[in-house]
Structures are given as structure tokens and as C-alpha cells.
Design a protein around this ligand. Structure first.
Ligand SMILES: C[S@@+](CC[C@H](N)C(=O)[O-])C[C@H]1O[C@@H](n2cnc3c(N)ncnc32)[C@H](O)[C@@H]1O
Length: 310
């Protein structure tokens, strides 16, 4: 459970973490913005961060807003010490391999800008394949959706943002994640069509028959978790990643109950790992579902299993 006290503790911890940025503040004292920018790219690259140039641009954009980097490079008067100190605080967190989305507090997804905290999985570009696949197959004006394991609310909110007559329910086991999803629904002005409920997959949904069921469940094989990048392993919630011994625990639970919660003719779409197309399709067939297909992502890997309730 998280409450106001946890929020205070996590804010205090963030401030405490930022206090460690002293070495960066000292290194940057007296330097111009161009030198600070170069130094930050080098530090990020040395910390093992792949897109050091792009990430430096994002961090600078945050502390310089509403001014642009070009304006600040041209006019040193815009580069106050407060801005550099703020850059040092954010950069320090990123150098500890905290994901950029958590450092900045938000992440673009579809056409939305979603709040992100350490309580939710950062919405991934791959998940937009699922959103696209559902929209391409479902042109109906009205539909009631169910998003199982809604996390930040990313999938549900992206779909609702595209179809004004759709409404939906996001189910999530983590109370802390649900709070983020609710904030995001408000932030995206979709709270009038999005409801959220704490629950274990579809277990608690009695007498429900949804038109569309979507999910991006945890699907990483437990034994692989320790080898993931520190951004994911150390900073994203384990409950959002761990798919059990063979990575398929959540699919068994979700697909096993699918025909009860999806109306006849209704559509389901599940995000999957790059090597799970055949196994998740087989589980869907075993559950009595029909018209099952695997949708690839832009790299050509299996990304979504889609089908319907016959
Ligand atoms: C991979 S994340 C996906 C989050 C979000 N839907 C997205 O695509 O960005 C999986 C989500 O499922 C939630 N979850 C894990 N086990 C669950 C369960 N038994 N019932 C409901 N939600 C669960 C996690 O807390 C997490 O938010």
C-alpha cells in the first residue's frame, strides 16, 4: 500500500539523491553551456548510456524550458546558476542509471505525454504496435474496453484518445500504479471515459462482457531478469516484468479466462516477447479463441498476438 507518508518519503529521497550532485555542480562551476554540454555527453557515455547525445539534449531541454538550447547557447545571460544546478541534479540521477523517463517524470506514448514514476513500467514504443493493431481492426464507433495490467494506463488511454465513443476499464494489481494511471487519465482529459480498478487480471470481474480486451502483461523469464540493463532491473517494478519460469504465467491466467470476459465476436490483443508468438498463439487456440494472428514490430519480431472470441 502507498499513502501520503510514502509520497513524502519518496520526495525526500529524491531530494537526498539530488544532494549527491555536488561533484557535478563543482565540475561545472565557471564553465560555459557548450562545455557543460560536452562534459555531460562524455559522462553519460562513460556510464554506459547508449544515446548520450540525445539524452543530454532532453535533460538540457527540461532545465532550459521555455528557452531553447540554441537560444541559451547564443545568450549566456539565459544560463543562470539555478538552471545549471537543476541540470546537475537531474544528470546525477541519470548517471545512477535511473531511466530518463523517471528522471524527467514523463514519457511520450502515442500522441500522449504520460506521467511516469518508479511504480510503473515506462511505456515503450513497441507497445504502440498493439494500439495500432487494435485501431486497424476495430472501426466501430462505440466499444467498451478492458486493459489488464494497465500500469500507467498507456494502452487504454491511447485507444480512448483515438475513439471518442469508446470507454474502458483498466485493471491493475499495484495500488501505486493505479494512482499513476488515474493521474494520467486526468492529465489526458480522458477521466470521464476511463475507470480503474484494483484486481488480479480478470478474476474479480463478474458478469462482464467487453468488446475489446488488451494487455501487455509481464513476460520476461524470471531467470533472465538479473541480466537486464540497470535502468530496467533496478528501477522498474519487478511485478511489471517477471513472467515466471517460462515467461508465460500471465498469458495462461489471462487467456484461460478470456472467453468469459470477451463478448462473442469481440477482439483481444496481447503484447508478447520477440520469441513468444508460437507459444502464446497455441495458448490462445487452447483457450478456444479464433482468428489468431501474430503482428510483428518494426524490427520484424513477434510483438502482438491478436484474435477474437468465436
Ligand atoms: C508490462 S507492464 C504493462 C504496463 C502498461 N500496460 C504498459 O503497456 O505500459 C504489466 C503490468 O501488469 C501489472 N500486473 C502484474 N501482475 C498483475 C496481476 N496479477 N493482475 C493485474 N495486474 C498485474 C503490473 O503491475 C504492470 O503494471
Amino acid at each position: 500500500m502507498s499513502g501520503p507518508f510514502d509520497k513524502l518519503v519518496s520526495e525526500a529521497r529524491a531530494e537526498f539523491d539530488a544532494a549527491d550532485s555536488k561533484p557535478l555542480r563543482e565540475a561545472w562551476q565557471g564553465l560555459g553551456l557548450a562545455d557543460i554540454r560536452r562534459d555531460l555527453v562524455r559522462r553519460l557515455a562513460e556510464a554506459g548510456i547508449g544515446e548520450a547525445e540525445a539524452e543530454t539534449r532532453h535533460l538540457l531541454a527540461r532545465v532550459l524550458a521555455p528557452d531553447t538550447l540554441a537560444q541559451a547557447l547564443a545568450d549566456p545571460a539565459l544560463v543562470s546558476w539555478q538552471r545549471i544546478a537543476h541540470l546537475a541534479d537531474l544528470s546525477w540521477l541519470r548517471l545512477q542509471r535511473k531511466p530518463l523517463s523517471q528522471v524527467l517524470g514523463s514519457q511520450p506514448f502515442w500522441t500522449l505525454d504520460l506521467k511516469v514514476t518508479s511504480d510503473v513500467l515506462t511505456p515503450r514504443a513497441d507497445t504502440e504496435i498493439l494500439v495500432e493493431a487494435v485501431l486497424a481492426r476495430c472501426e466501430t464507433d462505440e466499444a467498451v474496453l478492458l486493459d489488464l495490467g494497465t500500469g500507467s494506463g498507456a494502452i487504454l488511454l491511447a485507444l480512448l484518445s483515438e475513439r471518442l465513443g469508446w470507454s474502458g476499464l483498466g485493471v491493475e494489481l499495484s495500488e501505486a500504479a493505479l494512482a499513476v494511471a488515474r493521474d494520467n487519465a486526468m492529465r489526458c482529459r480522458l477521466a470521464n471515459r476511463a475507470r480503474f480498478l484494483r484486481g488480479r487480471w480478470s478474476e474479480g470481474l463478474a458478469g462482464a462482457a467487453f468488446d475489446i480486451v488488451v494487455s501487455n502483461p509481464p513476460y520476461i523469464v524470471s531467470s533472465v531478469l538479473a541480466g537486464l540493463d540497470p535502468e530496467v532491473r533496478d528501477h522498474e517494478p519487478g511485478i511489471a516484468l517477471d513472467g515466471g519460469g517460462d515467461g508465460l504465467d500471465a498469458y495462461r491466467a489471462i487467456l484461460g479466462d478470456m472467453r468469459r470476459i470477451l463478448r462473442p465476436g469481440g477482439l483481444f490483443a496481447l503484447e508478447i516477447g520477440y520469441d513468444q508468438g508460437a507459444t502464446v498463439s497455441a495458448l490462445a487456440r487452447l483457450a478456444g479463441l479464433a482468428e489468431i494472428a501474430v503482428v510483428p514490430d518494426l524490427a520484424g519480431h513477434d510483438r502482438v498476438v491478436i484474435g477474437c472470441n468465436s
